[in-house]
Design a protein around this ligand. Structure first.
Ligand code: UDP
Ligand code: UDP
Length: 455
């Protein structure tokens, strides 16, 4: 991105993510990409749910002292049967009235707020009252945004069919729709998604961490009014480049491995895997005969991941794994691992950041979606040629996938030269999108211009 007249620039943009590393990370990367153009404030909700979020935030603010932190201290909200990250979305949503004084006190006055899509319906009214432009950042795929935005118009239309019709898209197998959306039972997931999708019509713009060549069709449909009429402009501004503050760990073991020989297995920051499935995955990794790095996670929230490794994967596996791989049950720097030349494949739950990071580094994915938007994302990556989707494995927890089957799929990804060549092309396209002259770069430059004209 071209440097600008930083000294004279008075445009000031605030960003407010919701919760979980899957939302925080893209907001931090976007914030960093804006600092050479505008003044940036990050509004953070406290206390955070995970340890990873609080550690990342402290590292972020010490690396970028020019970014101001403004803290939103949350009113507690309790819903014991719900996911802790969705409870946190709800706590932030219910604290939205506290935002007005924060937004008004920032200096110089704000030109715009960038809001997480999971907070849209309660924050847009606040910014409308202040006459402050509000741009919603969608942290998942453009395909998922199509469902998210239109769901309030189609929620009851599935009937008995095996297909689900989303405006602007080919009918989708109903099994790809996040299950809570189809349930009769009210859940935070469903209620918030309905409200946020509807409210995003009132945003000043919708920004998506994707790029045109990756998701051309849904981006075109969204802006052609085929999904909803009167939708604000949807701009693809990704994939967000990883930032230097995230690169903190030595990768000594990886440095000693041959190129493309290691498969990396990780299911993101908030997905728990059952003990039985952990056992089969262990077996699959060993049987594949590939080298591997595996991040084992048995609990959704990192603070609760208190079991020692031997207990999780068994002593026998630990002994057998010594020559073949690394197994950890703590936070690793995924982006840095994916950037390493020894890594040649990625077993992923298809969280959108994981998909965009794999595209950025050109690592083929074996997609194993677990919940939420992940089947939609798995569809995107397999369609684009970034990997394969083991579609008959279903959602996480729906069945226990056997080690033998896992090992076959790992080899299918690791030994596929055609896939490897396609992925190199996707990496080039991803980087070209955010380089000067690229589609996503152009989108950001236009936004910056709008904000500067406003200030
Ligand atoms: N991540 C990481 N180390 C871990 C687990 C996750 O660096 O041990 C990062 C990963 O690189 C990504 C984010 O956390 O940037 C997770 O987001 P994603 O959308 O992939 O999945 P989620 O965690 O939201 O399910
Ligand atoms: N979502 C939401 N409100 C909810 C639950 C989910 O807005 O109560 C959004 C969420 O942010 C994501 C999508 O719906 O984009 C799919 O949910 P998932 O569980 O995959 O969330 P993520 O891991 O991205 O937070």
């Amino acid at each position: 991105m071209a440097n600008s007249d930083d000294q004279n620039c008075t445009a000031h943009v605030a960003l407010i993510p919701s919760s979980g590393m899957g939302h925080l990370t893209p907001f931090l990367r976007l914030a960093v990409s804006l600092i050479s153009h505008v003044r940036v404030t990050l509004i953070t909700a406290h206390p955070t749910v995970s340890l990873a979020e609080s550690q990342t935030l402290s590292c972020f603010f010490s690396t970028y002292p020019q970014i101001t932190e403004s803290q939103l201290l949350l009113n507690t909200f309790d819903a014991p049967s719900e996911d802790p990250f969705y409870i946190q979305y709800e706590a932030i949503r219910r604290s939205s009235h506290l935002l007005s004084p924060i937004l008004c006190s920032l200096c110089p006055p704000l030109s715009a707020l960038i809001t997480d899509m999971s907070l849209a319906s309660t924050i847009i009214p606040v910014t409308q009252a202040l006459n402050l432009p509000n741009y919603v950042l969608f942290t998942s795929s453009a395909h998922m945004s199509t469902l998210f935005l239109s769901f309030h118009t189609i929620a009851r239309s599935s009937g008995e069919s095996d297909l689900f019709t989303v405006p602007g898209m080919q009918p989708l197998p109903i099994s790809w729709i996040p299950p809570p959306l189809l349930s009769e039972k009210d859940s935070l997931f469903r209620t918030q998604l309905l409200e946020n999708g509807k409210a995003m019509l009132q945003a000043d713009g919708i920004l998506i961490n994707t790029f045109e060549r990756f998701e051309q069709e849904p981006l075109a449909s969204l802006n052609a009014g085929e999904v909803l009429t009167r939708l604000p402009l949807v701009t693809s501004i990704g994939p967000f480049a990883p930032c230097s503050f995230e690169r903190i760990q030595p990768l000594t073991w990886l440095d000693g491995q041959p190129m493309n020989s290691v498969v990396f297995a990780s299911f993101g920051s908030r997905t728990a895997i059952s003990r039985e499935q952990i056992k089969e995955l262990a077996e699959g990794l060993l049987r594949s005969e590939c080298r591997f790095i595996w991040v084992v996670k048995e609990k959704k929230v990192d603070r609760e991941d208190d079991k020692v490794l031997d207990e999780l994967v068994g002593e026998e596996f630990m002994t057998k794994a010594i020559d073949k791989g690394l197994v950890v049950n703590q936070w690793v720097n995924q982006e840095q691992i994916l950037s390493h030349p020894a890594v040649g494949g990625f077993i992923s739950h298809c969280g959108w950041n994981s998909v965009t990071e794999a595209a950025w580094h050109g690592v083929p994915i074996l997609g194993w979606p677990q919940h939420g938007d992940q089947k939609m994302n798995a569809y995107v990556l397999s369609r684009a040629g970034l990997g394969i989707w083991a579609e008959n494995w279903g959602w996480g927890g729906e069945m226990v996938v056997k080690g033998m089957e896992i090992s076959e799929k790992i080899r299918e990804v690791m030994e596929n030269n055609q896939l490897r060549a396609q992925v190199v092309k996707i990496r080039e396209n991803a980087r070209a999108a955010v380089a000067e002259g690229g589609s996503s770069h152009g989108g950001v430059i236009e936004l910056i211009q709008i904000w500067k004209n406003k200030s």
